[in-house]
Design a protein around this ligand. Structure first.
Ligand code: CAA
Length: 383
């Protein structure tokens, strides 16, 4: 039986986060975006509401809800701004959920529990200056030394790098093994040799943090290795199955923001003696946003449903992320068009939506990576 309805618990959650975003994020976003300011009190308030570990089991300090509850949180937060959804994506989707799946009981107690409660923030360190789409080509080295590993290298484009208490870092124990040498480590910010610096000059997500992580002779105890040596690529890919899901869900919220802004403006603005919503070319843009919104949402909830069943969902999540991010980008570009010259200025939020939407089409697998993955699945080259 197909059931397209949200449960009463999910509807309550949606209403809670929608009100939260309307009160705590949206009214301030223009200023925060202009000042390149990430407001940490928003994260503390999210933690207070139990939203930093929404789908982590209660026994590990989370709210014990399902994957589609996480999608709801991400969608509603991104309606306010991409920055706060990104924080939840890396903290919950890429870091906490990965420890839940791959971590030891000791790692769960030391890191997952405080992260689920929102007492610590997590980030994800895969990408490097010379390894983005080609994730198996990372150069950060991990060399075993007694009961520790010594890590050296640099990670780039790391969301929340400057705020995270711990980073799930991927390094290679043997570059000759290519992706089979990749190994995952929990690296605390406080470990000697760890430093971070923010990246300036980004096109969008001005209200969020993106940084570089530098690892100089960082001694990481063996208890902080996640999985075995060589498991890192699979761990990173399984983390991305969750991270991409949160990006797709966020894209749904961004598209809804574009649609709502466009509908409101289309009623307010008059040309040729009537509101512009009466003009068919404006209607075409709004109809495309509506269709894209509905379709993206279905793809996200289907991927979430598969996750809830514990079924491998790389294919469906990749499709949801690819499709929903493209829809958000196209919707943002059209939302500016609907607003005309006003849309080109920051008097309206749609220019911010467009700058933010571009990140969705690039991070956690570019449009091109997902296009290739979908083609390979369809052609039977990938299972
Ligand atoms: N779960 C478990 N195992 C998986 C897996 C998954 N989801 N995906 C792949 N694997 C396993 C495969 O089974 C395979 O195992 P064997 O070696 O035992 O056969 C192994 O991993 C290699 O898999 P593939 O053959 O699929 O590897 P590939 O080289 O073809 O993959 C790729 C290439 C799909 C392009 C992959 O490199 C990729 O997804 N690249 C994009 C990376 C990316 O999204 N980066 C974003 C970084 S995060 C970010 O943006 C940070 C931020 O702060 C927001």
């Amino acid at each position: 039986m197909l059931d397209f309805s949200l449960s009463s618990e999910q509807l309550e959650l949606q209403s809670l986060v929608r009100k939260f975003t309307a009160k705590e994020i949206s009214p301030f976003m223009k200023e925060w975006d202009e000042r390149h300011h990430f407001e940490t009190s928003v994260v503390s308030k999210l933690a207070h509401l139990g939203l930093m570990g929404v789908c982590i089991p209660e026994k590990y300090g989370g709210a014990g809800m399902d994957y589609n509850a996480l999608a709801i949180v991400c969608s509603e937060l991104e309606y306010g701004d991409t920055a706060y959804r990104t924080a939840v994506s890396v903290h919950t989707g890429l870091n906490s959920m990965t420890l839940l799946q791959w971590g030891t009981e000791d790692q769960k107690q030391r890191y997952l529990v405080p992260m689920a409660k929102g007492e610590q923030l997590g980030a994800f360190g895969l990408t490097e200056p010379d390894a983005g789409s080609d994730a198996g080509a990372i150069r950060t080295r991990a060399v075993r030394d007694g009961d520790s590993y010594i890590l050296n290298g640099s990670k780039l484009w790391i969301s929340m790098a400057d705020y995270a208490d711990n980073i799930l870092v991927f390094a290679t124990v043997n570059p000759e093994l290519k992706h089979k040498g990749m190994t995952a480590f929990i690296v605390e910010r406080s470990f000697p040799g760890v430093s971070t610096r923010p990246i300036a000059g980004k096109l969008g997500i001005h209200g969020g943090d993106t940084g570089e992580v530098i690892l100089e002779n960082v001694r990481v105890p063996v208890e902080n290795r996640v999985g075995e040596e060589g498991d890192g690529f699979k761990i990173a890919m399984s983390a991305l199955d969750n991270g991409r899901f949160t990006v797709a869900a966020g894209a749904v919220g961004l598209t809804r923001a574009c649609l709502d802004a466009s509908v409101q403006y289309a009623h307010e603005r008059k040309t040729f003696g009537q509101e512009i919503g009466r003009h068919q070319l404006v209607q075409q843009m709004i109809a495309k946003m509506e269709a894209g919104l509905q379709t993206s949402e279905l793809l996200v909830y289907r991927a979430g449903w598969l996750k809830n069943q514990g079924v491998r969902n790389t294919r469906e999540t990749s499709l949801a992320k690819w499709f929903a991010a493209d829809v958000a980008w196209n919707s943002a570009v059209d939302a500016i068009q609907v607003h005309g010259a006003y849309g080109y200025s920051n008097e309206y939020p749609v220019e911010r939506y467009m700058r933010n939407a571009k990140a969705l089409v690039i991070y956690e697998g570019t449009r091109e990576i997902h296009t290739i993955m979908q083609a390979e699945y369809a052609l039977g080259y990938r299972e």
